[in-house]
Ligand binder design. Structure first.
Ligand SMILES: *[C@@H]1O[C@H](CO)[C@@H](O)[C@H](O)[C@H]1NC(C)=O
Ligand SMILES: *[C@@H]1O[C@H](CO)[C@@H](O)[C@H](O)[C@H]1NC(C)=O
Length: 373
């Protein structure tokens, strides 16, 4: 284990409790907010992430998360996706990225396959987890999906376990997008599912946007019928920045930081491309209304975000673009939930034992209604 990983563990036991206490006091006194809801969880997430390094992610956090997730829902399975000539043409030649393998391993986990699932009539949800493409799937995602599954017992749920940008098998863009394409192709062309819903949080939302864009422009594979974007990272290279003091203030109520998201973006693109702003990465920056008109025409989109999150400007901008592009299919009132007082990925942090109050929670109810309709 590297020294930095050991240092991380020491810091978690020493600096973290002091930082947490400080943050809670600031939130109570300066922001006059109670510590109820998800405030404690988000502060804990943010302050722990601030103490991490690449080594600590790869050697401590990700193995721990992977262990928990495998314990709760089994080890990942692997399928193979054969990239098409077009895939290789686009990523190798048009985008000038390193050579794309002909055969790609796609890791995934079944969260649930209901008995008697009928691919022609029943819904299947493909889930893309978040974590800036660097952090493994976390148990909070499983809790959320478990609750969702209780609400929709006939819903099949499959989760992509895409390659991370850190660790022994680390991969950069476009590996994650091609793996997303691989699982989508498997669900459509091997399982013959006709009612697909995509759902993703944060970087998973970025992957979802990129996949929709890619499917419509460069493949003949049919689009899903619905897509839920939970705090999507619409513009990884084009964050709205403020001065240091304002950024510290904005971060105090969220679970992610400005610097942290820049690091995530740099790892995704790697040293050669880190200053580029690529289509299929910065979806909002490269937003093409003609493309998104076609997408919205066949795929209903629902966006949720928290009013306290640092990604709020880019998410609201994306929402405006959707609404301008196809007002008949995307409506800022019915297809959006901006949760007052909510942080990044708020719906995943809501914990509630009671199905009625969970279903009615402001950050959750819109998602459930959208899946139901
Ligand atoms: C992929 O889609 C883009 C955007 O529509 C287009 O410019 C490009 O020519 C397409 N490439 C292939 C190989 O289809
Ligand atoms: C959500 O899942 C968690 C973890 O399995 C469980 O403790 C909780 O009771 C569930 N809540 C609802 C509303 O089903």
């Amino acid at each position: 284990m590297h020294l930095k990983s050991l240092l991380f563990i020491v810091n978690i036991c020493t600096i973290l409790p002091i930082r947490l206490l400080y943050c809670y006091l600031v939130i109570l006194i300066k922001y006059k907010r109670s510590l109820r809801g998800t405030i404690c969880t988000r502060t804990f997430m943010r302050e722990s992430f601030i103490l991490t390094s690449d080594d600590a992610f790869a050697e401590v956090i990700n193995p721990l998360l992977n262990w928990c997730v495998s314990y709760l829902c089994g080890k990942p399975e692997t399928l193979q996706y054969c990239t098409t000539t077009e895939d290789r043409l686009i990523f190798d030649k048009e985008l000038g990225l390193t050579e794309i393998d002909t055969i790609i391993d796609v890791k995934y986990r079944w969260f649930k396959m209901p008995d008697g699932f009928d691919p022609r009539n029943d819904d299947i949800l493909i889930y893309f987890h978040g974590g800036g493409y660097a952090v493994a799937m976390s148990p909070s995602t499983l809790t959320f999906l478990g609750n969702l599954s209780k609400k929709f017992p006939k819903l099949a749920i499959i989760m992509l376990d895409y390659s991370l940008t850190l660790g022994p098998d680390s991969k950069k863009f476009p590996a994650q997008l091609l793996e997303g394409l691989g699982i989508y192709d498997y669900v459509i062309n091997t399982l013959h599912c006709e009612n697909v819903i995509l759902m993703g949080e944060s970087s998973g939302g970025n992957l979802e946007l990129a996949l929709l864009n890619y499917l419509i422009t460069n493949t003949t594979i049919p689009l899903p019928k619905k897509a839920v974007l939970i705090s999507p990272w619409a513009n990884p290279s084009k964050m709205d920045r403020y001065n240091k003091r304002q950024e510290k203030e904005l971060e105090m109520l969220d679970c992610v930081t400005f610097d942290g998201s820049i690091d995530f973006k740099d790892r995704l693109l790697g040293p050669e491309l880190r200053n580029e702003c690529l289509p299929l990465v910065d979806i909002l920056y490269h937003f093409d209304p003609k493309v998104w008109y076609k997408i919205l025409d066949v795929c209903s989109i629902y966006v949720t975000y928290g009013k306290d999150e640092i990604l709020r400007p880019q998410i609201e901008h994306l929402i405006d673009k959707f609404a301008d592009t196809h007002p008949d299919k995307f409506n800022e009132i019915t297809d959006v939930s901006g949760y007052e007082g909510g942080c990044h990925i708020e719906p995943l942090l809501v914990s509630d034992k009671n199905m009625d109050s969970w279903s009615q929670h402001g950050a959750v109810s819109g998602i459930l209604q959208f899946i139901e309709k």
